[in-house]
Write a protein that binds this ligand. Sequence first.
Ligand code: SF4
Length: 390
Amino acid sequence: MKLPNAPEFLHPRNPTTSVRIGRVSIGSAHPVAVQSMTATKTQDIEATVAQVRQLEAAGADIVRIAVDSAKDAEALSLIRERTQANLSVDLQENYRLASAVAPHVDKIRYNPGHLYHHEKKKAVRDKVAFIVEAAARHDCAIRVGVNCGSVDPDKAGLFGADSIAPMVESALEHCAMLDELGFARYVVSLKDSDPNKVIEANKRFASQRPDVPLHLGVTEAGLPPDGIIKTRIAFEQLLAAGIGDTVRVSLTVPNDRKQEEIAAGRQILEDVSNGRFRSVPRFDNDRLNIISCPSCSRVENEAFVDLAIKVKEMTAYAQRHAITIAVMGCRVNGPGETDDADLGLWCAPNHVNLKKGADSLGAYSYSEILVRLKEELDALVATQGAGKLP
Ligand code: SF4
């Protein structure tokens, strides 16, 4: 949604360039687009096409699909035959899949932090050039998707306790690479599970590159309503500052409720454009914070969403304690994105990995994990005393 009727006190949108993604364009000359991502197995073509349609019917301007293998890429070609939706593809480690997927999609998302895993001796710039060549040849846009849990290892650690600077530096570096390569159809995202960090990262980036369209999102926002509230806090602050050209609300919901992400995104945009702000309070990290990924085709066990719900229910007794628990659906982002949580769970097909900070505490069956998690949570609560809130 454009913010044409926005109250006068709202900052004008940053003058971002126009980037076309299939039949939709984003940038300051266009409405703010709303997008989401499929969570079905990409190779389950029936289910994935159905979910693309479900999201489109709910008003999604762009639908993203994860592709991790040549078989996923083959499936994508069959999905493309059955939908006219504006499709984005999510690449992680295997950047070489860009050439296989580009003919079937309108946008390619790559994560700078994941360009280090394969072909370690090849320069990152050459890998980006490969993606750019595929995108340019097949009329695709690109998103440089920087994520707090998988930040470029060359940048991590350079800025001391400032966890936002490595993300911003990584994004700026990739913008410079794309500029040098002569590729202008790109957007950037800087995501974190903490809405305050999302606000800060996007503001810092936008102050240096006000011309680059921004895709806003709070990653692993978790279950509704908390996930919507965290996201709203970030989006309201950024949109009101003129920052943001497309949004994605990430919610941990079952597949048949994925359209709630679109509804939540549209509601926030409508409220902001009408001057209705609900997020005056800052998001505090002084109480229990459950973060969980929205799941996608990579999720390793369908029991993930149910597990996230049970973790929230089981841990309610620790509400008054400043403890973060992360629940992640797969091995792609699970190991890295649980490092900063006090306790982390990431799903494998038949077990759940339990972590305390960056340390592994072992693997447990889906029936054992809640009991084991409670033992660890009890121990953390005991070290914090009776809790700090009245
Ligand atoms: Fe998908 Fe894995 Fe990220 Fe969850 S953690 S959204 S399953 S990639």
